[in-house]
Ligand binder design. Structure first.
Ligand code: SF4
Length: 257
C-alpha cells in the first residue's frame, strides 16, 4: 500500500459521505484470545434485532444501521502497528464487512497493513464479502456467524445481513482458500430447537473444523426486542444438543466468550 492509497482510504468520501471521528485504531480488549480490537466502522447496516452494540458504544438505536467509516483510520493503524503484536480482533463491536465495504475497501486496507506487520487478524462477520479478502486472510482466522438456516427467520432477525446460505458458502470458500475459518452460532436462539443436527451438518459440510456456540451474548436490553419476534435464548437442552451434534460430526465445539 502506498501513501497515496492511505490518503485515498483515510479520506473516504469526505465530500460526499459522513464519517465517524477516530482518535486511535486499536483498542484494548478482554475478549479471550485477542490482544487488540479494531472496528473500522461505527454502526452496522445488518441491524440485527438482538444487537447490543449500540448500548455498549452509546450510539442511539435509530442511528446504528447507518454504518460510518472511521476517519483517518488507516493512517492511525499504520502508526500503531509499529508497536503492536499478537492477535487483532477485527469486528469485535461492529461487523467489518458492511455493504459499504464493497465500495470503500476500508477493512481490506486494514488487513493489508496487518498482513505486513508483526500482528495477525481474527475477523468476525456475518457477510460473505469476507471472501473477497481470502488472499489476505490466509494463515489468519475468520469467523462467520450462522444463527439459523431459515431464511425467513434470518430476514426477521438480521434484516440487513446476507442470508444463511451465503454465509455457509463464505465459510466454504474461506476454508478452501486456506483460511483458519470457524463458524459462530451466536446468539444461540430458541428457534434452533429440533434443528441442531441440521445446523451442525451444514456447518461441517462447509469444511470448517471449529464451531463456537455463544449461549450468553444476549443482553437484557435486547431481550424484549427478540421476544417481540417470538424468540428467546436457546434452552440449556438445546445448547447441549448443539455441542453434542457438533462433536459427533468431528467439529471442535467451543463456547464463545
Ligand atoms: S452484525 Fe453484529 S454489529 Fe451488526 S447489527 Fe448484527 S449483531 Fe450488531
Amino acid at each position: 500500500m502506498t501513501s497515496s492509497d492511505l490518503h485515498r482510504f483515510g479520506d473516504i468520501g469526505v465530500a460526499r459521505r459522513r464519517e465517524a471521528p477516530c482518535s486511535r485504531a486499536l483498542s484494548p480488549t478482554r475478549l479471550p484470545g485477542l490482544d487488540h480490537a479494531l472496528n473500522p466502522y461505527r454502526g452496522c447496516a445488518h441491524a440485527c434485532v438482538y444487537c447490543y452494540a449500540p448500548s455498549l458504544t452509546h450510539v442511539p438505536w435509530d442511528e446504528w444501521p447507518e454504518a460510518l467509516p472511521k476517519r483517518g483510520l488507516l493512517r492511525l493503524l499504520e502508526r500503531e502497528l509499529r508497536h503492536a503484536a499478537g492477535t487483532i480482533g477485527v469486528g469485535t463491536v461492529t461487523d467489518p464487512y458492511q455493504p459499504l465495504e464493497a465500495e470503500t475497501g476500508l477493512t481490506r486496507g486494514c488487513l493489508e497493513l496487518i498482513s505486513r506487520s508483526n500482528a495477525r487478524a481474527c475477523v468476525h462477520t456475518k457477510s460473505d464479502l469476507v471472501l473477497r479478502d481470502a488472499d489476505l486472510l490466509r494463515g489468519m482466522e475468520a469467523g462467520v456467524t450462522v444463527t439459523t438456516l431459515d431464511d425467513a427467520v434470518s430476514r426477521k432477525l438480521e434484516p440487513g445481513a446476507p442470508l444463511p446460505g451465503r454465509r455457509l458458502k463464505a465459510l466454504q470458500g474461506l476454508a478452501a482458500a486456506g483460511v483458519d475459518a470457524f463458524a459462530m452460532v451466536g446468539p444461540a436462539l430458541s428457534c434452533l430447537a429440533g434443528g441442531e443436527r441440521e445446523l451442525m451438518e451444514a456447518i461441517a459440510a462447509a469444511g470448517v473444523r471449529t464451531v463456537m456456540v455463544d449461549p450468553l451474548n444476549l443482553r437484557p436490553d435486547r431481550r424484549a426486542e427478540l421476544e417481540a419476534s417470538g424468540l428467546g435464548p436457546a434452552s440449556a437442552a438445546s445448547l447441549d444438543r448443539l455441542r453434542r451434534e457438533a462433536s459427533s460430526l468431528g467439529l471442535i465445539c467451543r463456547d464463545a466468550f
